[in-house]
Design a protein around this ligand. Sequence first.
Ligand SMILES: C[S@@+](CC[C@H](N)C(=O)[O-])C[C@H]1O[C@@H](n2cnc3c(N)ncnc32)[C@H](O)[C@@H]1O
Ligand SMILES: O=c1cc(-c2ccc(O)c(O)c2)oc2c(O)c(O)ccc12
Length: 359
Amino acid sequence: MADHNDQNLTPSDLLLAETQSWNQLYFFIEHVTLKCALQLGIPNAITKHGKPMTLSKLMSSLSISPSKYPYFHRLTRILVRYGLLILQKHEDNNVDDGDDSKGYYSLAPTDRYIMKDGPWNSMEDQDSFFFKAWNCLGDWFRNEDPSKFYTAYGDLFWTKLSRDTSSGNWFHANMARDSRSFMNVLIGNEFKDVFKGLTSLVDVGGGTGTVAMAITKKFPDMKCIVLDLPPIVANLQGSENLEFVAGDMFQKIPAANAVLLKSILHDWNDEEFVKILKNCKDAITRSGKVIIIDMVMENPELDDEAFQAQLFIDMLMMVFLGSKERNKKEWEKLFFDAGFTSYKIILTLGLRSVIELYP
Ligand SMILES: C[S@@+](CC[C@H](N)C(=O)[O-])C[C@H]1O[C@@H](n2cnc3c(N)ncnc32)[C@H](O)[C@@H]1O
Ligand SMILES: O=c1cc(-c2ccc(O)c(O)c2)oc2c(O)c(O)ccc12
């Protein structure tokens, strides 16, 4: 007697469902093996070697015993499957499986990003901080806490970062990496028009100033202010056209031609979002603008892989901040709720879009 759940599934449906459920259940193994690769130092070893490496060479450079060969090649096999490594087959293709002359391993282009500016290379040193918030996510759906992070730590994310120096430094180093990478793309191509003609700009929640430094380097005549919380900017040194100001964007934003909000508005719920934008509107001149760098969900320009990445970041916002990524309609509603009259999505660069908002 077929179980009532299976009665509508054909044998091939059942086998497909089995494959799908194994992939869903063990999806975390991609994460575990990627972290293992970083923990062992595989990307750095290949980078340092300067050219593709055989497995034996890679293992000896990592001081891994040859006795582990039968296991290590299975780790690199799955890393090739995920696209972290590239295996260049040996010309003589009929080598034994697992034989060292099987081929040479090199880093995939994405891996070079991961090592230089990606999110991964900092995860190790804050493993517990980052992953503790994700554990037992279901608990949060049964409590009234503002975020799962709050359930885990009894503190809001920004409060915890300002109290815990090592986590705060780790987080802001991550943001600086992200900003360096994004600004290289933004200012390095013809879209620098976003900042063209501005004589002053406030980078609200500008952190340790990576974005502001990139802008003032490219536009030396512009006066830039970085507004952030006191613990973040307390010991930061400005320059002739860059000033760090300690403050609260929910209270007041210094006056300027334009205000920049990169990875800010997705941190906050709709009410807080509107409050920040209203303070931005009070800060800019009538001919000024607000420049937003953030994700626009369900963006038709993005492929499925980018959409999945956006879903992951949306979960990150939900878990760490109780906030969200927004689609175009959601952005637009809040822009008008904050009293702005028009906006323009200037361009989409990777997962993020640059939006200009006019008073
Ligand atoms: C996700 S980070 C983005 C940092 C930077 N804009 C970037 O993209 O690299 C959010 C920033 O908002 C700052 N922040 C949080 N609450 C704030 C507040 N009430 N007033 C000003 N800045 C705040 C945090 O300290 C942090 O630097
Ligand atoms: O805990 C994290 C939190 C965030 C994060 C929080 C608020 C934002 O507005 C944002 O843009 C990113 O980003 C991370 C990251 O980028 C990493 O690589 C590793 C950990 C984190």
